[in-house]
Design a binder for this molecule. Structure first.
Ligand code: SF4
Length: 215
């Protein structure tokens, strides 16, 4: 396992590789960030970005979504996986925002995770991307990288991975670290074809060293 110092070094190398990594979901308001994040579960960001312009043009605010039925939302998001449940969650989330939060997105983890369809990972993305509040969302890319690099053990939960990284990295690097690791997972430490030979982390990565020997 990497210790805290090594973990911080590894994530900082990834930030150096992707210093300008930004969110890949298009959204203008905190509420639209939340809807986009909710839609992106088990779907590509590209498919979400294709659907949301028409959706947000028709229904821009929580009050607009709270006033319609899920069936009225579905035509806008039919191209995205699990659209049936997602439409239900977006309408329920909007109703709760209108009824309990004055139509505004809350800004704490506890309040965000009380909303229908919003789990810890989505709440972290909303905190970071919509409000710039330090949070570290762990997705499948970050899980894979953390386990290959031994930032976490194979059996560790996403919450444990989050703890290992946030305990090692200063708060002000959490948001950029999250985005940089996603880019790194897409382009370098990919699931099927990791670019270990040219990876700057090869020297501390037993998985990568083994992979290179076998190739
Ligand atoms: Fe991923 Fe390979 Fe780099 Fe290790 S050496 S972090 S497995 S790309």
């Amino acid at each position: 396992m990497l210790n805290k110092k090594q973990t911080r070094w590894a994530v900082e190398q990834i930030i150096v590789l992707y210093p300008n990594a930004t969110p890949s979901l298009d959204a203008r308001t905190p509420f639209q960030v939340a809807v986009s994040v909710l839609l992106s579960a088990q779907a590509t960001d590209v498919s979400v970005n294709l659907a949301t312009p028409a959706l947000f043009a028709a229904l821009p605010t929580p009050a607009d979504f709270a006033a319609v039925t899920p069936e009225q939302v579905e035509p806008y998001i039919k191209s995205i996986g699990l659209y049936h449940n997602k439409a239900k969650h977006i309408v329920a989330m909007s109703q709760k925002l209108v009824n309990e939060f004055n139509g505004e997105m809350p800004t704490t983890m506890t309040e965000l995770t009380s909303l229908p369809g919003i789990g810890r990972k989505s709440a972290s993305v909303i905190l970071g991307d919509a409000f710039g509040i330090p949070a570290f969302a762990v997705d499948t890319h970050i899980t894979r990288i953390a386990k290959r690099l031994k930032i976490a053990q194979e059996k560790d939960s996403v919450l444990q991975i989050e703890k290992n990284i946030t305990n090692a990295l200063p708060k002000e690097q959490w948001i950029e670290g999250h985005h940089a690791m996603i880019y790194f997972g897409r382009e370098v430490c990919s699931a099927r074809n990791p670019q270990c030979l040219t990876c700057p982390l090869l020297e501390i990565c037993a998985f990568g060293q083994h992979y290179v020997k076998q190739a």
